[in-house]
Write a new protein. Structure first.
Length: 257
């Protein structure tokens, strides 16, 4: 099994085309073309399949005697992607949320949102939330509502509900809205884990303890400043979760375009 830490500090070489000037043999170059997955294939792999793919790359790299620092950029992008995914305690849920967010665009819901009125946009947002709840395994009774507020949105552990700024419904581009729904839904997931740790044996106890302590000692941006707010455990997780999900959605969208 490869160790992701082994790749810290290594700089990727050029893309496949650029390696023709690095002294690799035609057989080595043919290997690289064969074993490194195409972007469209990689993006549709789950975590286990990505691990298998990287392990196969490593095995064949050794066989072909290709130095690690002569591997192409695409290889290191695969390594980086897995490292990003493995920062999350709920990898399978992350993958399902990527599928849910991608489906919002792939099925044309984003276009319907852009062209629709306030009621249509609210309906689509609530539909997306229901799908994200399913992806995260959240209870079906968590409500969502729109109302005037100073922030983009928020999750309330006291009422176990999500509130969103109603101004989102006035903008034709749904991206900010569904990103906020995704972010706040991760907070609902964190609460679910803290309240029911026995249901999540795969999530390390130290992660759960960190989330619980943070929930009891939450730092709001208004009181502690944005940096302290952004860097506390539950916000770091939620922002990273939102960012990773939509980075993958963007890659899938670029492939379609």
């Amino acid at each position: 099994m490869y160790g992701l830490e082994d790749y810290e500090g290594l700089n990727p070489r050029d893309s496949m085309e650029g390696l023709r000037n690095e002294g690799l043999s035609e057989a080595q170059l043919d290997y690289l073309q064969e074993v490194i997955p195409a972007p469209e294939d990689w993006l549709h792999m789950n975590h286990e399949e990505k691990l298998d793919s990287i392990n196969m790359m490593e095995l064949r790299r050794d066989e072909m005697e290709i130095p690690t620092d002569l591997m192409p950029q695409e290889y290191f992008e695969c390594i980086s992607d897995v490292k990003q995914l493995e920062q999350f305690a709920n990898i399978e849920s992350v993958e399902q949320c990527i599928s849910t967010a991608n489906e919002f665009y792939e099925t044309g819901r984003a276009e319907v949102f852009m062209e629709g009125g306030i009621e249509t946009r609210e309906q689509l947002a609530k539909e997306y939330f229901e799908n994200i709840k399913d992806s995260l395994g959240l209870p079906a009774d968590i409500p969502i509502e729109f109302r005037p507020m100073d922030s983009l949105g928020g999750y309330s552990p006291e009422t176990n509900s999500i509130t969103l700024n109603e101004s989102y419904l006035e903008h034709p581009d749904p991206r900010g809205l569904i990103k906020t729904i995704t972010h706040e839904s991760e907070h609902a997931f964190q609460q679910q884990v803290v309240d029911n740790p026995h249901l999540y044996p795969d999530i390390p106890s130290e992660v759960i303890a960190s989330w619980k302590y943070n929930m009891d000692h939450y730092k709001s941006a208004q009181v502690y400043g944005f940096e302290a707010y952004r860097n506390q455990p539950i916000e770091k997780d939620a922002f990273a979760f939102e960012s990773y999900v939509f980075s993958q959605v963007d890659k899938l969208k670029n492939l379609r375009d």
